[in-house]
Design a protein around this ligand. Sequence first.
Ligand code: FAD
Length: 469
Amino acid sequence: MRGAEQGVLILGGGLAGLSTAYHLEGMRPAVLLEREDRLGGLTRSFRVNGFIFDITGHLLHLRRPRVRALIDQLLPHQWASVERRSFIYSHGVYVDYPFQANLHGLPREVVRDCLTAFVEAHADPARPAAEDLALGSFHHWAEAMFGRGIAAEFMLPYNRKLWCRDLRDVTADWVSWAVPRPKLEEVVGGALGIKNKGLGYNPTFRYPVGGGIEVLPNALAQALSGTQVHCRTEVVGIDPESRKVATAQGRQWHWDDLVTTLPLSLLARLVKGLPDKLRKSAAGLQATRVLNVNLGIDRPEVTDRHWIYYPEGRFVFYRVGSPSSFCKASVPAGCSSLYVEVARLDFTREDVPGLVRRIKEDLVTCGLLRSSDRIVAEQIMEVDPAYVIYDEHRRSVVPELLAWLARHGIHSIGRYGRWEYGSMEDAIHQGMETAAALSAGQDSRGTSAGHNNEEPTCHTNPESASPTS
Ligand SMILES: Cc1cc2nc3c(=O)[nH]c(=O)nc-3n(C[C@H](O)[C@H](O)[C@H](O)COP(=O)(O)OP(=O)(O)OC[C@H]3O[C@@H](n4cnc5c(N)ncnc54)[C@H](O)[C@@H]3O)c2cc1C
């Protein structure tokens, strides 16, 4: 390879960056820069005292045949296909997910109020079409779509915990795939106890039979032979005019095409020449942070539920999942594990040790833990950014920013590069599409497929990469 000038520079080694590099193999030479000491981004897994933890839960929901085929090809026979067992805990009982289609079991007055309001909302001749509702606030969307009962019992309190904002200021343009919209007969049936199986985007999911979700980025990384990979390399400046990226380690990298998966809010601070107005607007992009507490417990089967939503304010967390319930190989024999998620806009003023104590108390209150349980592994991580906030500001700024970057030869992709509520599949797919577009454009540059002689300067984590069954 004659240098990175002739190739594609990829910023960030999460799934979007890795997928871009993987799909450029044999087409364009590439260099990938990653700030952390190993690849994987949000899909890294961690071994703590014999337990394998992901960043909260990372389960694959595959809708695109191309991504499904890629995953099978990368890791044949290494996936378990699991039928979802997810629930909502409310009024002291568990109801199946999604709440709106499974009201049976809640106090009868609650069922009556939810059902009456759903029927009224459904029959309201003035109710706007779903596409129009999606343009308004989440608060309005939830009440118009499900009625005030379901909104008040689940949609609003749960989403307030998740988004940490007044839901009148959160737009509803992310809901189309994420929130199931059952028909009237499904809601009535669910209230009577008739099971509504398979509603929503994730009735079954895939998960590695061992090794945690990190086996996926590792498989992509191990297939890279024509890409130089540099970990512990933090990008601190991007100059579109000279086509150079500067790193905190004092190196400069030239690019012919630049693909970045860095958060858009950060990117706007790093790119030279971005108009002040756009830079200021980008500073207003908001995201929640998530405190992820992973616990290993010295007792088998603390729950067989995969994950549980907690809309009620008496619980500090909005969701708790159990990796051991969908992957026995992720815990030592006789043990089980939980992941807990608490969202905030900022944790800087939070008493985090106090919050962790409260989490454990609440886990006992809701019955997942017993006060006699021994916690034998514990990992606390702050995910920042975690969920980008959909509001009017995001709606106007993101397209403008992406358009400016594209005009300057910068392709911003991935969950935070697009500043969206994206899945692992979306990140992989965007990498595929970006690589295809860049490969199609390569003729005009006459770039040869580059295979460099330089050894990659970082490797995947062999410990957490090795499947345990
Ligand atoms: C709490 C949570 C739970 C989730 N659960 C699921 C799930 O169950 N199923 C699902 O499909 N999806 C899930 N997702 C979404 C999924 O994790 C993402 O869509 C996907 O991993 C995004 O990949 P990415 O490459 O776009 O971003 P990232 O994984 O964030 O990769 C970006 C990379 O850029 C690097 N980077 C950042 N700044 C710099 C810099 N200055 N210089 C160099 N490198 C830098 C980062 O270290 C990181 O490695 C979840 C997300 C969160 C937050």
